[in-house]
Design a protein around this ligand. Structure first.
Ligand SMILES: O=C(O)Cc1cc(O)ccc1O
Ligand SMILES: [Fe+2]
Length: 430
């Protein structure tokens, strides 16, 4: 179903009339279902900001054995594992386990690369990379600590949620709200980045990310007993917990509400760019934002750099040299990023932390200060993205050491930059 934050309603076609009419909690629900609310905002939030959905299910999610702590692998929210590093950081593509290797599913394949903040005060961000080679079978995952924005980079993923199924392929993204059970079926190898996001919105009537291009799943249920046990894995206050139940949690026959998972194809982003002169800030490329309480300052903006025309007159067109009061974590889904044609590879990443100087490499500077400025296609065949965050993020031990993907030579891409200063320069006569 299409729309952003709409009041949707959906019934599995096998059970017409499963949604109660005119009320949420009848004494007995149609088909003998249980009514269960999923709240995405405090009850006290004013109506326009309120997010909740009603799920009509075969058994309520409360019926499970107690949760116990399980190992987190490379998932962490300990931001003090290693000393901070203010350098420009770039990672070569992360290693994805081969199908012939030991099975690694979505949860086992989560690696935290950087982040900041605290799950207990519910203010923070974590960026994880997932690399896996197998599906989750009779196992699902939910996160009490925040929303997941998933950016697949290789291979499509089939995500089963309590609201229905979504197939998400590279160049699409999806958002899975806090606490929703998901199982991820992997068709192929997958890697991507994730970021805990909370309140999401975008501005304007038309253009950029249009509401009709956000797609949410339709109700689908299975009434399946699992005698051997169905495992629910819950991320809670930065740790993983597991519990067992004897039935599939994907037993929601019908639902209605405005708090749902969704996906979005980045090819639908209607790019707006400069048509006169100078380089516009990348905020014009924002798809989604997770706001803080400070106006205009985001926990994270999700920004993309899609194919487009570059037409600016008398302008250095690529990204400018930059020191930023925000952190910039970037990834490349495919193609070549305009500021670094080489070195920044699909499936890799970079982090330019708060006030860490960065900008085009020497090649890019040379080319773009001498090029004839005709209208030309920029980023053809490319999709780069950025999480721009107001948090000063810590890099984890996995990110700096264990993954062994840190490109130690990154700084060298700026080494050839030389001075063009000419104290005798005179303005040309117009
Ligand atoms: O650092 C980067 O490459 C991201 C970026 C892009 C841009 O067009 C302007 C500023 C900026 O930080
Ligand atoms: Fe930047």
């Amino acid at each position: 179903m299409s729309g952003f934050g709409n009041e949707f309603s959906s019934e599995d076609p096998r059970c017409p009339g499963a949604l109660p009419e005119g009320q949420n909690t009848p004494q007995v629900c149609p088909y003998g279902l249980y009514a269960e609310q999923l709240s995405g905002s405090a009850f006290t939030c004013p109506r326009p900001a309120n997010k909740r959905s009603w799920l009509y299910r075969i058994l309520p999610s409360v019926k499970h054995k107690p949760f116990t702590l399980v190992p987190c692998g490379n998932l962490t929210e300990n931001w003090n594992e290693v000393e901070p590093d203010p350098n420009q950081l770039r990672w070569l593509p992360f290693t994805v386990p081969k199908s012939t290797e030991k099975k690694v599913d979505f949860v086992a394949g989560l690696h935290t690369i950087c982040g900041a903040g605290d799950t207990k005060s519910r203010n923070g961000i974590a960026i994880h990379v997932y690399t896996c080679n197998s599906s989750m079978i009779d196992r699902c995952f939910n996160n009490s600590d925040g929303d997941f924005l998933i950016v697949p980079q290789q291979g499509e993923i089939l995500i089963t949620t309590e609201f229905g199924k979504m197939k998400v392929e590279p160049n699409e993204i999806c958002v899975i709200q806090v606490i929703l059970n998901v199982t991820v079926l992997i068709f192929c190898f997958v890697s991507g980045q994730m970021c805990n996001i909370r309140c999401i919105c975008f501005a304007g009537a038309n253009g950029l990310a249009n509401p009709r291009d956000f797609l949410c799943p339709v109700a689908w249920y299975e009434d399946r007993k699992v005698a051997t046990g169905y495992t629910i894995i819950n991320k809670y206050q930065g740790k993983l917990f597991a519990c067992q139940q004897d039935f599939s949690p994907f037993n929601v026959v019908a639902w209605h509400g405005n708090y749902t998972p969704y996906k979005y194809n980045l090819k639908n982003f209607m790019v707006i760019n400069c048509v006169a002169f100078d380089h516009a800030d990348p905020s014009i490329f924002t798809v989604l934002t997770a706001k803080t309480t400070r106006p205009g300052v985001a926990i994270a903006d999700f920004v993309i750099f899609p194919p487009r025309w570059g037409v600016a007159d008398h302008t250095f067109r690529p990204p400018y040299y930059h020191r930023n009061c925000m952190s910039e974590f970037m990834g490349l889904i495919h193609g070549h990023y305009e500021a670094k044609e080489e070195g920044f590879q699909p499936g890799g990443a970079s982090l330019h932390s708060i006030m860490t100087p960065h900008g085009p490499d020497a090649d890019c500077f040379e080319k773009n200060t001498t090029a004839e400025l005709k209208p030309e296609r920029v980023a053809e065949g490319t999709m780069a993205f950025m999480f721009e965050s107001s948090f000063s993020m810590a890099v984890t031990k996995w990110g700096l050491q264990t993954c062994q993907k840190l490109d130690k030579s990154y700084y060298q891409c700026w080494e050839p930059l030389c001075s063009h200063f000419n104290p005798n320069w005179k303005p040309s006569k117009k």
